[in-house]
Design a protein around this ligand. Structure first.
Ligand SMILES: C[S@@+](CC[C@H](N)C(=O)[O-])C[C@H]1O[C@@H](n2cnc3c(N)ncnc32)[C@H](O)[C@@H]1O
Length: 238
């Protein structure tokens, strides 16, 4: 499979901006929705440099992290070497049909990665194959309905509309990561219908507000849904 590893060029930038603090409202909500992972086999899809994998392992899960970017995984492996948590990292496209043959997981997470993944359909087909029946898939993404605010790009192409489902690169001055790596915009219906098609049943959602600066409680970021967190239960395999 050929996949473009867009994060190979931004691994240092990403690792310096997104660190080990997992207490932000979105990540806290993701951990809440995935539930108690102690003793569970957990797959971290699009794991990047492994900050979520480490959080799961510190909660006593057995974690496998998968990412397509060699540069991001090098950082993950260096950190695993510094503080061994028993995490196994694998370089692969999440949609590769050959991903982790024969493995079975109790839960899977994907933190801020679904819009980076070009092949949503193939990724969800893999998750259905890899999750045990009744297993949980929890993810967080920029809310597909976030319209953006001054300086911050919304979820959909700025020269298009919410209904334009395509890969695009952000142009908001403050959207520095998405200027570099872009994102695949999909409507909320596309996410929900593709999950449904692959046998996932919605169990819980959250739309956590970003941390608000107490000095500016009327920030425009409080007016719109900015993030979407959701958990689904995998059905029996066909
Ligand atoms: C925004 S980062 C999120 C990293 C990590 N989950 C976190 O929360 O810090 C998105 C990640 O998705 C990975 N990615 C993009 N397309 C992928 C694919 N097809 N298969 C696996 N990983 C992919 C990128 O390499 C990048 O590390």
């Amino acid at each position: 499979m050929t996949t473009i590893a867009r994060y190979d060029g931004v691994a240092d930038y990403y690792a310096s901006g997104w660190g080990e603090d997992l207490t932000d409202p979105v990540t806290a909500s993701l951990f809440d929705l995935v539930g108690d992972v102690a003793g569970q086999q957990v797959l971290d899809v699009a794991c990047g440099h492994g900050r979520i994998s480490r959080g799961l392992a510190r909660k006593s899960a057995s974690v496998v992290g998968v990412d397509v970017s060699a540069a991001m995984l090098t950082k993950a492996e260096e950190l695993e070497h510094q503080e061994p948590l028993g995490i196994r990292y694998l370089r692969s496209d999440a949609a590769d049909p050959e991903l982790l043959p024969g493995d079975e997981y109790d839960a899977a997470v994907c933190s801020m990665g679904l819009s980076d993944i070009d092949n949503l359909d193939g990724t969800l087909a893999n998750l259905r194959r890899l999750l045990r029946p009744g297993g949980t898939f929890a993810f967080c993404i920029l809310h597909p309905c976030f319209p953006g605010i001054e300086g911050v790009s919304g979820a959909w192409p700025s020269d298009g509309s919410y209904y334009d489902e395509r890969y695009w690169q952000a142009d908001g001055a403050l959207s520095t990561l998405r200027q570099q790596v872009g994102a695949n915009h999909r409507t909320l219906s596309t996410y929900l219908n593709t999950l449904h098609h692959h046998g996932f049943t919605l169990t819980q959602t959250a739309e956590p507000q970003p941390r608000i600066d107490p000095a500016s409680p009327r920030s425009p970021m409080t007016r719109f849904p900015v993030f979407l967190v959701a958990a689904f239960r995998a059905s029996d395999r066909d």
